[in-house]
Design a protein around this ligand. Structure first.
Ligand SMILES: O=P(O)(O)OC[C@@H](O)[C@@H](O)c1c[nH]c2ccccc12
Length: 261
């Protein structure tokens, strides 16, 4: 079994446990459930921001522990002030060391869009995302059928959430694309075996219809790459480890941003 299969299997159990503990009604009664999510597009295309979607990630299956001490409110505020267009906060506990409380803390500290970064396999998780104060959900093409992507995309949109579809190759893109999406992310990392290749982004950018915002995800570690990805047609750049692996991710993003503009 590859790592992605393991994550999905564990996720099924986690969602079943969560459903037994917190009802849909409870989720709908959260104060965040009534708020109108921020527009991902508005922030991503804002020329005063950088297009960076800055990620808070404590660990990953490929790298193990990345940062065991960083404070989520402090780091996400620094990301925001450095010009991030959106924040990405991992909520998977077993493989990425994230939790619901991380989104809640990032939400109260920031007024820019937040992506709930997790492996969404059930509509219940989309209701959770809304209840926790997220603005954007991630749908990963490699673990969802085209019908699941349509259904989950529709539900997300009906709640006012922004929907980011993640693909890793042309086949995934072609089978998964549908109208209920705002943005398409090309993951430069193959989630099944962790190999990374930025070329994946350049290969797919022109295959993504221009009505969708285009995001390049993973393994971005220098400002030259951002400039090249921008020229190729990308609007957004999802960066985690490059900032989180340092002692002070807030300073790391500031230095990074000073090199792009
Ligand atoms: O830390 P990196 O290499 O900058 O990558 C960030 C982000 O793209 C990566 O964490 C990611 C992309 N897709 C995912 C899906 C699930 C979990 C994590 C991810």
């Amino acid at each position: 079994m590859n790592i992605l299969d393991k994550i999905v299997l564990r996720k099924q159990q986690e969602v079943a446990d969560a459903k037994a503990l917190v009802s849909v009604k409870d989720l709908e009664q959260s104060i965040h459930f009534r708020r109108t999510p921020y527009s991902f597009k508005e922030f991503l295309l804002d020329k005063d921001r950088t297009g960076i979607i800055a990620e808070f990630k404590r660990r990953s299956p490929s790298k193990g522990l990345i940062n065991g001490t960083a404070d989520v409110a402090e780091v996400t505020k620094a990301y925001n002030h450095a010009g991030a267009s959106a924040l990405s906060v991992l909520t998977d506990l077993d493989f990425f060391g994230g939790q619901r409380e991380d989104i809640l803390a990032a939400r109260v500290a920031n007024n820019i869009p937040i992506l709930r970064k997790d492996f969404m396999i059930d509509e219940y998780q989309i209701l959770e995302a809304k209840a926790w104060g997220a603005d954007i959900i991630l749908l990963i093409a490699s673990i969802l059928s085209p019908k699941e992507i349509v259904d989950m995309g529709k539900l997300g949109k009906s709640l006012g959430l922004n929907v980011l579809l993640e693909v890793h190759n042309l086949e995934e893109l072609e089978r998964s694309i549908c109208p209920h999406l705002d943005a398409i992310g090309v993951n430069n990392r193959n989630l099944a075996d962790f190999t990374v290749n930025i070329q994946t982004s350049y290969d797919l950018v022109d295959k993504i219809p221009n009505e969708f915002m285009k995001v390049s995800e993973s393994a971005i570690s220098n400002s030259t790459t951002i400039k090249q990805l921008r020229l190729a047609g990308f609007d957004g750049f999802l960066i985690g480890e490059n900032f989180m692996k340092t002692d002070n991710p807030g300073i790391a993003i500031k230095e990074f941003v000073s090199e792009i503009d």
